[in-house]
Design a protein around this ligand. Structure first.
Ligand code: ARG
Length: 307
């Protein structure tokens, strides 16, 4: 028995089989990279990146990611690819996973939660995404009580289920999930993040299907790991060096409910992660996102999935 609108941590008394199914989004949203830059240190990865990013290379890497999405859309594995124009002074806007959290309820109604970004420079990005969702007919939700929440970077759905996992500790605050669970009428499992290299949940937690998740165990508390093991039949741990240096868990899993196709887009070189994805039946597309990793993000954060 579980309660919607509730946040759980180690008091789980329900199983995943009780949770209703969910339709996965099929549209990609990106933000163009012309104003991408590394000008301060918002996370430990940026220490190496500051003054050391090749802008021309970054733009061509971004274009390769977008072209891959266009190809998948042509194949009917994705519905469409949408791009918001980058804005001067919004150097992190390309990380389109962070400004919002889109959702679709069981009746098909679309709504979006607007993030409250920790860094001032990133707060400016949110209105451009708000405009996109307004035009798409989404109901816009602003958080009243919460001060910090960074969208899909920290809040990740259980594949195919009406259940969310909310990371907190570095960028989002735990109390955000009380407010979001209420707004979206959905249960949220809160997971504390304890390693600053994994400052967003999307750097260390990669669900593949209803039963399987890849994680970096060092990012979580002992209680958090127990909770994850309760919700997934198979929890595969990826070594900390691969997850941290290669951003291999910041991959984009497309497990398409319509075509049945399984595709994973990931940073090249994450060989252990690669091997697990292939074993699970994914066609793995390796991309180079080195210039974005210098800012603390890879494929997963370079897009938002929308309904
Ligand atoms: N430089 C950006 C920041 O620190 C990177 C964001 C990466 N996004 C992500 N979802 N991990 O905010």
């Amino acid at each position: 028995i579980y309660t919607q609108k509730k946040v759980y941590d180690h008091n789980l008394h329900f199983s995943i089989d009780e949770i209703p199914p969910r339709v996965e989004p099929r549209k990609v949203l990106m933000a163009s990279p012309e104003y991408f830059d590394i000008i301060d240190i918002k996370n430990p990865h940026m220490e190496k990146g500051l003054g050391n990013m090749d802008k021309k290379l970054a733009i061509s890497q971004w274009e390769n990611v977008r072209n891959e999405y266009l190809r998948l859309a042509e194949l009917g594995i994705l519905e469409s690819v949408n791009v918001i124009s980058g804005v001067p002074g919004c150097e992190d806007m390309v990380f389109a996973a962070n400004q919002t959290f889109p959702w679709r309820d069981e009746t098909g109604r679309k709504e979006v939660i607007l993030s409250k970004m920790r860094h001032c420079s990133r707060q400016k990005e949110v209105p451009y995404f708000e405009e996109f969702f307004r035009d798409e007919g989404y109901k816009i939700n602003k958080l009243e009580k919460t001060t910090l929440f960074e969208g899909m970077g920290d809040l990740i759905p259980h594949y195919g289920k009406m259940l969310l996992y909310g990371g907190y500790g570095f960028r989002s605050e735990k109390s955000a999930y009380d407010e979001i669970a209420q707004l979206l009428n959905v249960p949220i499992i809160a997971l504390e993040l304890i390693n600053e290299n994994f400052y967003h949940l999307d750097t260390c937690f990669l669900p593949l299907d209803e039963e399987t998740v890849l994680i970096c165990a060092e990012a979580f508390t002992t209680e958090g790991l127990k909770t994850i093991k309760k919700m997934f039949r198979e929890v595969i741990a990826i070594p900390v060096h691969e997850a941290s240096l290669n951003f291999s868990l910041n991959a984009h899993i497309i497990n398409d409910q319509i075509t049945g196709k399984k595709v994973a887009l990931m940073q090249k070189g994450g060989i252990i992660t690669f091997h697990h994805l292939v074993k699970k039946g994914f066609e793995v597309i390796e991309l180079d996102t080195s210039e974005f990793i210098k800012s603390g993000g890879s494929v997963f954060c370079m897009k938002m999935m929308v309904y």
